[in-house]
Design a protein. Structure first.
Lengths: 161, 287
């Protein structure tokens, strides 16, 4: 196909159908076509992690995927986590630990944490730092982010925090 | 703003369709896209046709063969890291995958993608070089296979022809109980290796029946330290013998200076990482 491609997908539980140019990046599709601007775009070459989304249950960089590759996928963006009045537990933990300053990187961190809480043991803070190493915080607020994740891991594992 | 130039998008459902789609002057395959899409976003690469092989069935399978394990081309790094067959026969794979980029990239990046990108610092080219893997290739003339030394020609250059694709890699099991270990130095977690080393040690009684040392980041391709391997085979299997052979590890290496490290620094890392990897492999072989 040379022209636009028709895709159907689910984003935050809601079905969508769209026509996209094959070269459109998944991040731009979510932001510009669906208006879901919570997914941020930083470096646009897979280094900064701020465009991280969940796709079919695992995290992915939406600047390193094409919109057309989302055809048939189940996508979750930061908008699907919670709202200001009804935050997701991960967002609450970030709030409690002051794990954000300017907030630009936060959506990417939140989506990465969605993945690693499910997929990794994260026994030590060094393991948490390693698992977060694909997300860059230019305010350098890493200590608080690690503390928030430590709290979430302890809750997950039933340990006293 | 960095966006790919326009291209024609083709998404084959079968290998045969993929080969047909590659019959084009300027076609590129996209697997995980974790190396290709950054280059397309920068417009360093502007293919006229993009052939997306992600929907081809059965390319993500890892299976036992008569002589080893076969890893499908689309196996994601994250899945390789937690695969029970690989954990049983080649635990070094999970160890190495811990050094591959970051969580989100491991979820998406593929074995064949890493092999075809052929970065001399990357983990899969080093693993396949160390483990005497055989790379399976399909083209319009049918199947062929290539050894790592035939496949990797130069940095980012392989012997893949325009109308060919990698369908998987076969890793032969070692001839007997063995130990393996992987070591890497990178500037930050997830960065490309400055230098990486993989070792395999197989013992019979108290002697080294086979020693292998693979190195990344110190030559145009992943390489084996053949001089060291030859010197150790048949020797008494002790740390002292490994130590004495370490100077041979840097023989014939030609590292480059680049932004990340000088050639001298890379060379100085080789005996250090070789020692760590070989000692741990020896220890595991004796367990």
């Amino acid at each position: 196909m040379t022209g636009k491609a028709r895709i159907t997908l689910t984003v935050n539980g809601e079905p969508f159908e769209a026509e996209v140019e094959p070269r459109m990046l998944a991040a731009d599709f979510l932001r510009d076509e669906l208006g879901l601007t919570g997914t941020h775009v930083g470096c646009e070459h897979g280094v900064c992690g701020t465009c991280t989304i969940m796709m079919n249950g695992v995290s992915a960089r939406s600047c390193l995927m094409l919109a057309v590759q989302l055809d048939g996928a189940e996508v979750q963006t930061v908008e699907g986590l919670g709202t200001i009045r009804d935050m997701h537990r991960i967002q609450e933990a970030f709030h409690e630990h002051h794990a954000l300053q300017c907030g630009f990187c936060t959506p990417g961190f939140l989506m990465t944490v969605c993945d690693i809480l499910e997929s990794l043991p994260l026994r030590t803070d060094a393991e948490i730092r390693d698992a977060l190493s694909g997300n860059i915080c230019r305010c350098t607020g890493y200590d608080h982010i690690v503390k928030a994740v430590r709290t979430l891991v302890d809750e997950r594992d039933g340990a006293a925090s | 703003m960095m966006k790919p130039a326009a291209f024609e998008y083709v998404r084959p459902d079968t290998l045969a369709e993929a080969v047909t789609a590659l019959d084009h002057d300027d076609a590129r395959i996209i697997a995980g896209g974790q190396s290709l899409l950054p280059m397309m976003n920068f417009r360093l690469v502007q293919p006229e046709r993009l052939v997306d092989i992600n929907r081809i069935a059965d390319l993500e399978r890892i299976e036992r063969t008569e002589t080893g394990l076969r890893i499908g081309a689309l196996t994601r790094h994250a899945n390789a890291a937690r695969d029970p067959l690989l954990a049983e026969h080649f635990p070094i794979v999970a160890e190495a995958m811990g050094h591959v980029a970051h969580v989100a990239i491991r979820n998406r990046g593929t074995v064949a993608g890493s092999l075809c990108h052929a970065d001399p610092s990357a983990e899969w080219p080093l693993l396949v070089t160390l483990l005497d893997g055989e790379i399976e290739i399909l083209g319009s003339d049918g199947h062929r296979s290539a050894e790592p030394s035939e496949f990797f020609l130069a940095p980012l250059v392989t012997d893949i022809e325009e109308q060919e694709l990698v369908t998987g890699v076969h890793l032969p099991l070692p001839a007997g109980p063995s130990g393996m270990a992987f070591e890497e130095v990178a500037q930050r977690a997830g960065d490309f290796a400055v230098v990486a080393a993989g070792a395999m040690v197989r013992m019979e009684n108290d002697t080294f029946a086979e020693v292998r040392l693979g190195l990344g980041g110190v030559f145009d391709t992943s390489v084996r330290a053949r001089a060291l391997e030859g010197a150790l085979t048949g020797q008494r299997a002790r740390a002292e013998e490994l130590e004495a052979a370490l100077p041979l590890a840097i023989e014939d290496l030609e590292p480059n200076d680049d932004l990340h490290a000088s050639a001298d620094y890379r060379l100085s890392l080789v005996p250090v990482l070789a020692r760590r990897a070989l000692i741990r492999a020896l220890h595991r072989a004796t367990q």
